[in-house]
Design a protein around this ligand. Sequence first.
Ligand SMILES: C[C@@](CO)(OP(=O)(O)O)[C@H](O)COP(=O)(O)OP(=O)(O)OC[C@H]1O[C@@H](n2ccc(N)nc2=O)[C@H](O)[C@@H]1O
Ligand SMILES: Nc1ncnc2c1ncn2[C@@H]1O[C@H](COP(=O)(O)OP(=O)(O)O)[C@@H](O)[C@H]1O
Length: 314
Amino acid sequence: MTLDTTETTSGAEEFAPAKVNLALHITGQRADGYHLLDSLVVFPRIGDRLTASKHQTAVSPMDQPSATATDARKALHLTLEGPFGSELQQTDSADNLVIRAFQAYCTAVSCNLPDVCLRLQKNLPVASGIGGGSADAAAALRLAARLTGRSLPSRDLQKMALTLGADVPVCLTATPMRMSGIGEILSLLPPLPAMGMVLINPGVGVSTPAIFKALDRRDNPPLPKLPPRFADLDGLMAYLQQTRNDMQEAAEQLCPAIADVVAALNAQPQTLLARMSGSGATCFALTRPGTETTLATDLRQAHPSWWITSGLLG
Ligand SMILES: C[C@@](CO)(OP(=O)(O)O)[C@H](O)COP(=O)(O)OP(=O)(O)OC[C@H]1O[C@@H](n2ccc(N)nc2=O)[C@H](O)[C@@H]1O
Ligand SMILES: Nc1ncnc2c1ncn2[C@@H]1O[C@H](COP(=O)(O)OP(=O)(O)O)[C@@H](O)[C@H]1O
């Protein structure tokens, strides 16, 4: 995917695509408790948007943001908008991964924080297995690099990303990757065929550490050997059928709605593969390109309370 980075009259913008684990094998555990993964990660054109604009001294009542959080100590202002913005409002803005990433970057390049207002359009559900916070952190690192005009060697940037979260390094690439270690070892995948994707969250937040803790096994086999290329979408599906999400069973036990989502996706003719992403509760279906919209529409009618969205991959 080409990352959508724009300069507009209102400022600079970074797209923060969702991270979807097409397969997630848990292969071990480090002495510090972190789990070793072997995962195929992709980035649909579905995500948050982070914008930086020059400080405005006066804001008319019409322009008042839906929710505003200010990091007073450092003069970085973060406005939270969009369908899930208010959920993050309860958290201190200094803990928001956008602010943490900005601060970490500016410290590393020995720059003052740029005098900008940050605006996060939060379209992705929070704590939902699609790395919304990690995607935002990665977008903030990219934006900080643009605004300060100072770059970091890629090895240092990846190291910094890992301190913000195990999923942040892969989100920095926003490119289909095989991810291993605890998230820091990344390798390119063979080119993937075009496909559609539907994401569904049943409206339940799931705690990543809680699901890791609840796992029955931590020594599962790694991913099967990847072919040099996938002939077509059917070839990719045949490969993915041999893979799993090793967190899904534990997540379904703690959050039974996940099994309902996967069953609802599997009952639709457009679905080629349905599975949970990350530690849940968001699940995805892969479809032939063009059929993802009807799948999303059909399920929205049957399950109006679920968050359902669709997009293309590749
Ligand atoms: C499970 C995955 C799969 O992609 O996705 P999500 O469900 O978060 O989307 C990730 O490994 C999550 O990465 P991320 O959400 O960045 O995790 P972090 O903030 O670094 O860690 C949160 C907590 O999860 C546990 N953790 C995380 C990563 C890992 N490889 N092993 C772990 O045991 C640790 O208990 C840690 O304290
Ligand atoms: N910008 C952000 N977006 C989402 N979550 C954030 C953000 N900043 C901090 N967080 C915190 O990070 C945690 C993990 O969020 P998230 O990345 O959405 O989870 P997941 O990786 O499971 O999808 C949440 O509990 C949330 O409080």
